[in-house]
Design a protein around this ligand. Sequence first.
Ligand code: PBG
Length: 332
Amino acid sequence: MLPKTEPLPLIRPRRLRANEAIRALVRETVLDPADFIFPLFITHERSARKEISSMPGQFQIGLDHLPAELDSIISAGIRGVILFGIPSFKDSRGTESLGEEGIIPQAVRLIKKHAPELYVITDVCLCEYTDHGHCGPVLENGEVDNDATLELIARQAVVHARAGADMVAPSGMMDGMVAAIRAGLDREHFAGVPVMSYAVKYASAFYGPFRDAAESAPRFGDRRSYQMDPPNRREALREAALDVEEGADILMVKPALAYLDIIREVRDSFDLPVAAYNVSGEFAMVHAAAQKGWIDGERVMLEMLTAIKRAGADLILTYFAREAAQLAARNS
Ligand code: PBG
């Protein structure tokens, strides 16, 4: 007969959840407003401040309103912004984005004058500046001309750096875009300006509201011949590895929520910082459901941002930055 033993005591993980003090002590992931980057849509209409209907609380902002906006962002505890431009004219090659007087260089100079401590990242792409809405000039057969685009975005990046941008973020998913921009910046003595690559950017339906905001929806076709196919995981690692070789300083995964597995995989596979873009559609869905009273918008927002960080993102680009930073400050 086996000797009689005491039954094992019940193991009780709930002990560490008993109250907020102990939960805070053992919490594994904590949001920090210093990790947030706030996207801003800057319009050439100086005195405009137009709310974007599909993105409640987000505005197309004219330069006249920018200083007040910056003050509010900074007082919420945000230290970084990423800029998107709505130019005064569009053409087939996105020429507006190549001039020193374009909307983005003007905005960067204004920000650096008004709030020099704010870290300014510029989105480098042509879709906001082309009349057809694609991310580069289009060939006769309807394809985006990869190599012609490289030359244009390298020039755009240099224009942004010359205006004072701290970092550039190419988002067009052209092959070789990081190498082209790195070479362009280095040639013009901007070796110190880092490149945050939209390395793993999927052809996603979650960008819908952004395209209203930036007035950048393609007039024909879609972006599936340059942005990635959502079902693919190995391809994400290949894209990220190429951008590392080309000299990227930060790797971005976009969108965030439907791609948390990809964020984790990129985080585990590379030692560069990983950014995640919590995109417009993710923002819009929370607002829409909260407006209907179907979810608690504030809690869902924090849960989403925490999940993105838990998946491995070091930086989060998010339209929730201001609200989330204010909440974090209130709770600490
Ligand atoms: C385009 C760009 C897009 C976003 C950021 N940069 C849109 C697109 O690829 O169509 C989307 C961001 C968002 O949805 O919040 N260069």
